[in-house]
Design a protein around this ligand. Sequence first.
Ligand SMILES: CC(C)(COP(=O)(O)OP(=O)(O)OC[C@H]1O[C@@H](n2cnc3c(N)ncnc32)[C@H](O)[C@@H]1OP(=O)(O)O)[C@@H](O)C(=O)NCCC(=O)NCCS
Length: 171
Amino acid sequence: MEPLGRDRYETQGGTVRTIFRPMREEDIPTVCAIENESFLTPWTEGAFRNELTNNSFAHYVIMEEADSGAIAGYGGMWLILEEAHVTNVAVRAPFRGKGLGERLMRELMRKASFLGAVRMTLEVRQSNAIAQALYEKVGFRAVGVRRGYYTDNHEDAVIMWADLPKTQRSP
Ligand SMILES: CC(C)(COP(=O)(O)OP(=O)(O)OC[C@H]1O[C@@H](n2cnc3c(N)ncnc32)[C@H](O)[C@@H]1OP(=O)(O)O)[C@@H](O)C(=O)NCCC(=O)NCCS
């Protein structure tokens, strides 16, 4: 299937319909395949398993393409009191450039706010202009740099913060 443009993925011409749900242990092999195609130093299966089973601060979401059920992306964060710290965000390569990364970030922000966070932070490689543009688009601002933060190539990390819009908790 040929890409049809930024907002059009299906040949019928509609936008990609997505479903968000919590990450489960059986998702980990697919998540790691996306992780491997996305990052210089990908997280291991064990690291994700530990997050899902041992870390009560961790919240991981899967974004599925609704029609096929395929995993299109995932994101995670640690939520400690009023602050959410994003750990991973990735969209599977064929799904990129169609607005899904933005949808995923907005879902993480909505969920964090729903769970009581008022602000969100993350680190992003200085060279990752695409991710920085995405984060700025959804309300993040660069506030500083951690020198040599990434141990694989000693690249600097840009530290970004966003205030979260208030989300009503359900009654
Ligand atoms: C970063 C990533 C999640 C973006 O996902 P995506 O689905 O391609 O992004 P979207 O289509 O939702 O685009 C949202 C915004 O991101 C930016 N963006 C996306 N693709 C871009 C590109 N090729 N060039 C420049 N900016 C781009 C733009 O600001 C865009 O907004 P616009 O469409 O109004 O211009 C995806 O590229 C990815 O998974 N990359 C590898 C993993 C990674 O780097 N994760 C972040 C680690 S901190």
